[in-house]
Design a protein around this ligand. Structure first.
Ligand SMILES: *[C@@H]1O[C@H](CO)[C@@H](O)[C@H](O)[C@H]1NC(C)=O
Ligand SMILES: *[C@@H]1O[C@H](CO)[C@@H](O)[C@H](O)[C@H]1NC(C)=O
Length: 425
């Protein structure tokens, strides 16, 4: 009986224990079920934008926040093989199977993992990091994706590309190397107005980066501060450079006015020459007609012709005076430019000598110094162009002057001979 009783007691104790275990198990299962069911892996809704060379965090976290240190976590890029970017397993990083391109550039923070933050830090971002990342917890079979957009940007450089003699404008070139994706180029004047430029030239380098360049012809204005702006909207990057064109770079409007005047004078001279030729031809024709008729005509028109001659000679003389004035002015301009060139050349040489004497090699090799040299040589070139144009104008003026002189001489001779011959008849 005693034994039986003891048996019963132990039986009921066992039952109580199993009930308790069962109860706990159910609670645990329910708890796990509930929380795994509600737990979410959350990533960013917007793409993450970064520029080449920077460090970036790819956000991903558990909601509600639960300690993830003991979990297995997987960051991967499905388009790669092997796809693993970073794996966390049994409380540590698992480096086997990591894609070689990410070696040594990824990390998770244990401190953050404790609070359910499984964001991945990616250092020294490369262009090839561009893509879709998957943040995955295998035990929960939950994931989220992060789109990483990698861009590259760099500041543009403006240089002088030449002088447009037809519009007396200066041609500027803007170049910017190392962009991704392909950017847009804009030119702006000092007031921020868009300038119309030629089409943008784009070249893709072997490193997949784009080089863009654009040219614009600018005319002299109140404020010669021009801006080249390069922009890439997808990566939210804008770089710009300002450039001030010195006033002297623009071909003086005076010399273009002079060339217009000279063209007009040339035109006028042509007309004059034709009129003169026709007049002479008609006169010869008149001469060949009968003596009587000629005599009558001569008597009639003798006085008028004399006046015609005088008028023509006067006009030509005025023309000659104008040309001479113009020639003098051109010569003055030429001398001014020559003087300016000499001065600037001497100034430049003295500064260069000073630098060389100091023996500062790092300075003469610096990009700023090289750019300065480039600008100065552009300046010298523009002065030379102006000088050439002026020399041509002087030559043209001299030719016109010579022609005018000749016509004046002929006209004067004819004019003085005619009345003489008339008298002899
Ligand atoms: C040129 O213009 C830009 C803005 O358009 C300004 O920031 C810059 O200071 C100007 N440079 C000079 C020398 O005026
Ligand atoms: C773009 O950059 C500017 C300043 O750098 C910032 O204020 C703006 O929020 C950025 N926009 C986007 C969409 O990232």
């Amino acid at each position: 009986m005693m034994l039986h009783l003891k048996e019963r007691q132990s039986k009921s104790g066992l039952t109580a224990f199993s009930v308790s275990v069962f109860h706990h198990a159910v609670v645990l299962i329910l708890l796990t079920y509930c929380c795994e069911g509600l737990s979410q892996v959350i990533g960013p809704s917007q793409p993450v934008i970064v520029t080449v060379g920077d460090d970036i965090i790819l956000p991903c976290h558990l909601k509600p926040a639960t300690d993830a240190v003991g979990m297995t976590l997987e960051w991967a890029r499905p388009d790669l093989n092997p796809r693993f970017v970073h794996v966390w397993h049994q409380h540590q990083d698992l480096q086997v199977n990591q894609h070689p391109s990410y070696k040594g550039r990824t990390s998770l923070s244990v401190e953050k993992l404790k609070h359910g933050d499984i964001s991945l830090k990616l250092s020294k971002v490369k262009l090839s990091d561009n893509g879709k990342y998957r943040c995955y917890i295998p035990n929960m079979n939950k994931d989220s994706t992060v789109q990483l957009v990698v861009g590259a940007a760099s500041s543009p450089v403006i240089s002088l590309a030449g002088i447009d003699t037809s519009s007396s404008g200066v041609v500027l070139q803007c170049e910017s190397k190392g962009w991704y994706p392909e950017p847009e180029v804009f030119w702006l004047d000092g007031e921020g107005n868009l300038l119309s430029a030629g089409s943008t030239e784009t070249v893709r380098g072997s490193n997949d980066l784009y080089t863009v360049s654009s040219r614009v012809t600018v005319e002299k204005r109140h404020n010669n501060n021009f801006t080249c702006r390069v922009r890439q909207n997808n990566i939210n990057q804008t770089r710009e450079t300002h450039f001030i064109v010195p006033d002297d770079f623009f071909i003086a409007p005076r010399s273009s006015a002079a060339s217009i005047t000279i063209s007009l004078v040339a035109c006028f001279m042509c007309v004059l020459a034709v009129v003169f030729a026709v007049w002479k031809w008609r006169q010869n024709k008149t001469k060949s007609e009968t003596q009587r008729e000629e005599q009558r005509l001569l008597e009639e028109s003798g006085k008028r012709k004399e006046e015609d001659y005088k008028g023509m000679v006067d006009t030509l003389k005025k023309q000659k005076q104008e040309l001479m004035n113009q020639k003098d002015e051109l010569k003055l301009q030429k001398e001014e430019i020559e003087k300016l060139m000499k001065e600037k050349e001497e100034l430049f040489l003295s500064v260069e000598k000073e630098i060389t004497d100091k023996g500062d090699k790092s300075f003469t090799g610096a990009p700023e110094y090289l750019k300065l040299k480039e600008i100065i040589s552009g300046y010298k070139w523009s002065l030379k162009e102006r000088l050439k144009a002026l020399e041509k104008l002087v030559l043209n003026t001299e030719n016109l002057l010579e022609n005018t002189n000749q016509i004046i001489r002929t006209t004067e001779v004819e004019g003085s001979r005619e009345p003489c011959g008339e008298k002899m008849i």
